[in-house]
Design a protein around this ligand. Sequence first.
Ligand SMILES: [Zn+2]
Length: 53
Amino acid sequence: MRELVGTCESCGKDVFCLDGFLNGVSEAGRLECFQCADVEEGSVHPQDQGNSE
Ligand SMILES: [Zn+2]
């Protein structure tokens, strides 16, 4: 079962809900596909901060 949820705020791609799984990320009213969400997360490295010596 596939349900159109909306379009990605970044690239405009359609984001679907597949069998209850959202084919993207919905955060703070923003809807993004996994690809765009990955790019944003990739630019931030929260894990690096706990790596100080
Ligand atoms: Zn996108």
